[in-house]
Design a protein around this ligand. Structure first.
Ligand code: ARG
Length: 288
């Protein structure tokens, strides 16, 4: 701690140096790690990082009287950086709660429920078979339809973790099928590879739908675990929360208050504050 303080003071005397600004910020700036290729939660607009998570964290900054600075980093470094708490104390990145991550960081209350989607070529090039599930009341792609395929994911995401199990564990739907995983740092690069080096890309629903809306020739469908019967089919679902360095209790409480207020603020159409932010950013990110 002493060492950290010294570094901050030194940087402070270098007046507004980039280092002081991002790592220490005079002790008052809240540095938030994110990966800005995940609309509508975080994406770039005119070179600025914007999105649902940005709006949430700006409200937290207002509540605490602190400036908020967003850093666009590779997704797979966020949890460890927040856990360490040296360069950042917050990860806001459409981050799903998992037990492994919970061992490293504190999570806010959940603010959004998401499911995984599969993006494929609409014309069928290298595409998987489409299934019908009564559980979804429509078309889905089952894990086992990805047998033998080359599957793209964003490195470190839950899609990456689940896929690793389906391929590597002997109970997995893709075990022994020659299916392979390619981790990409950027989702836009991953989807450009569909139909070329990759059959499909698996990622959360809303980023998948935004990528499909912005790229001709791509479609997406929910990813499903096959049940004993069609009614027992299950989507791959998880919940988003904001990650905070353990011990940052005041910060965590402020984040929870902001989220609670947004969740409780239900309008006459039945949408809460988070859902309104999601709709607003979906329109912007899809260029409408
Ligand atoms: N919800 C998924 C996870 O937590 C994907 C999040 C990706 N976020 C991003 N900003 N790229 O693993």
């Amino acid at each position: 701690m002493k060492k950290f303080l010294t570094v901050c003071l030194a940087a402070g005397t270098l007046a507004a140096s980039a280092l002081g600004f991002s790592a220490c910020g005079g002790g008052n700036t809240l540095v938030v790690y994110t990966e800005a290729g995940f609309a509508p939660f975080e994406y770039l607009s005119d070179g600025q990082i914007v999105g649902v998570d940005v709006d949430i964290m700006n409200q937290v900054g207002e509540k605490l009287g602190r400036d908020v600075v967003f850093e666009n980093v590779n997704f797979d470094v966020i949890v460890d950086a927040v856990s360490e708490g040296r360069l950042t104390n917050v990860g806001a990145a459409g981050l799903s709660i998992t037990e492994e991550r919970r061992e490293k960081v504190d999570f806010s209350i959940p603010y959004y429920t998401a499911s995984l989607y599969v993006i494929y070529k609409t014309d069928g090039t290298m595409a998987p078979e489409i299934g019908e599930s009564t559980a979804e009341n429509g078309s889905v792609i089952y894990w086992d339809s990805l047998a033998g395929m080359s599957i793209g994911v964003q490195g470190g995401t839950t899609a990456d973790l689940f896929l690793t199990d389906e391929i590597g564990e002997d109970w997995g739907a893709l075990y022994g099928t020659n299916a392979s995983k390619t981790p990409y740092t950027s989702l836009s690069v991953a989807v450009n590879d569909i139909g070329l080096n990759t059959n499909v890309v698996i990622i959360d629903e809303l980023p998948a739908k935004t990528l499909v809306a912005n790229n001709d020739g791509l479609s997406c469908l929910p990813l499903y675990y096959r049940g004993e019967t069609a009614e027992e089919d299950e989507a791959a679902v998880d919940e988003y929360a904001i990650a905070v360095t353990p011990g940052q209790d005041e910060l965590l409480a402020a984040i929870n208050e902001v989220l609670r207020d947004l969740i409780d603020d239900v309008d006459e159409d039945g949408n809460n504050g988070i859902q309104r932010l999601v709709m607003q950013h979906l329109d912007l990110a899809s260029g409408n």
